[in-house]
Design a binder for this molecule. Sequence first.
Ligand code: DOR
Ligand code: ZN
Length: 360
Amino acid sequence: MKIIKLAGLVDIHVHFRDPGQTFKEDFHTGSVSALAGGITTVFDMPNNLIPVFKKSVLFDKFKIAGKKAVCDWGLYFGSVGDNTHEFEKVAGYVVGLKVYLSLTTGKYVVADEEKIKAIMAAWPKNKNIVFHAEGDRVDLIIKLTEKFKNKVHVTHINTRESLEKIIYAKKNKLPVTCDVTPHHLFLDNTSVKGSDRPPIETVLNFVKPPLATKRDRDFLWENLSWIDCLVSDHAPHTLAEKKSVNPPPGVPGLETMLPLMLTAVNDGRLSLKDLIRLTSVNPRKIFGLSKDDSSYVEVDTDDKYRIDNSSLLTKCGWTPFHGWEVMGRIKKVVIRNMAVFENGRILARKGSGKNVSVIT
Ligand code: DOR
Ligand code: ZN
């Protein structure tokens, strides 16, 4: 047994499906899953069934999160370009704006460059816009950031080419940051669990942006120093949905992120310092959250075990990493000096999670 203490993880990209699709997850089960994964703060995305494109929808969601969350949380506002008049009313209450430039769950894509420009012009320059951008959309965003000077964060980078573009923008001192998910680091489009099955990515591992090649993933690992944050993109869907003829994209990830990354630390793929930079220091810095020594995680870095669907607390009850051997178990989670998770048990009261959005 070797217990170490880490800063509580801040995951700036989750989908709790609440309201609208609480059969997949809700603010209680999602935040329970976060605690089980050593994550003390989550930022929830706006692509609900009724998207968070209006102030009234946002405020309804605040109430839900406030009643149910057991970890700290913040919410994003969303836009497809026709609600810029709402920005002024909501920007002070949210962690940032999320804009989809490529297709994914909810189909809230902004394709028209003029609309993207209108969004960037209207959103406050001191608040982040998180873009889902793939391929040539990354070029477009970099070009527009040069002009509009927004704080831009490109989420879930999946390819070498995308990261190279971000590196170029960073070298040119543009206000661009980025993140990567564990699934894009650990899985690729050649991962097949057994020859009798169809390629696994077409079944459970179907995600947006898609899993890329081994070459891409190697590049992401080799260039972690250019990547600012690690996010789960926790995207719960039921197993029945994932196995259907039209599976939705996304995989759950809150409970597997830290064990997978601790295993990578144990394997010498990154340092513990890097892990803390990606999961706490940078997310806090980018989103303006102050350092919080009263929220932390204790992990046993010597504990070797297999990830198992049956021990997950997420409502969807599965992970693409089922059966993987990992090293590092989350033993205890403390938020603001209160033990909220210990030895597999949730101790936090429903609604004890705090809204951490910097109200400006
Ligand atoms: O795979 C994904 N699923 N990617 C996204 O960007 C959205 C997410 C979801 O909401 O299901
Ligand atoms: Zn997402």
